[in-house]
Write a protein that binds this ligand. Sequence first.
Ligand code: MN
Length: 194
Amino acid sequence: MAHEKIELPYSFDALEPHIDAQTMEVHYSKHHEAYASKMNEVLAKYPDLADQNPEDLLTKIDSIEMDSADKKKFINFGGGYVNHNLFWEIMGPEKEIDNELVGKIEAKWDSVDNFKKEFNGLAGTLFGSGWTWLVENAQGELELYNLPNQDSPLSKGHKPILTLDVWEHAYYLKYQNRRPEYIENWWNVVKLVP
Ligand code: MN
């Protein structure tokens, strides 16, 4: 049974002007579609895994039985599928992040501004393609880091909380080489209200 993309919770133009409609449409309908279908192609070879939640499979990636080339594909395409599903969900035209998380961020980074500065610095210096992650580690503490490609924090035993897609396909149509501007503007569609 194939896994479907989550439905986008808003229209392609809902995040304008920060993220333009054309980028959203290509990103969701083409890139995300490719991750979903290629993940399903790999899983179709493993009926006992195909019905399991892709998040669970990434969490126990080391122990699942899969040919190593297929496992690499699943890390890439299954990771792409899972990462983008979270990315679509955390954004929104009026999206505000809950107070409990903001409180935890302030406790660790002193202020939302400090947190954003560190997050933006990581996203701005990520070399190649990847994502910047806010996660909860196994001790329940918040952590910030970059991961390359479509690698998931789930495979490190971490719970993904917030994430920014820093692949060029996420911003290039509108921002070209102005990645810092994309990063800065992204916070308009993921609001951390102190
Ligand atoms: Mn992407």
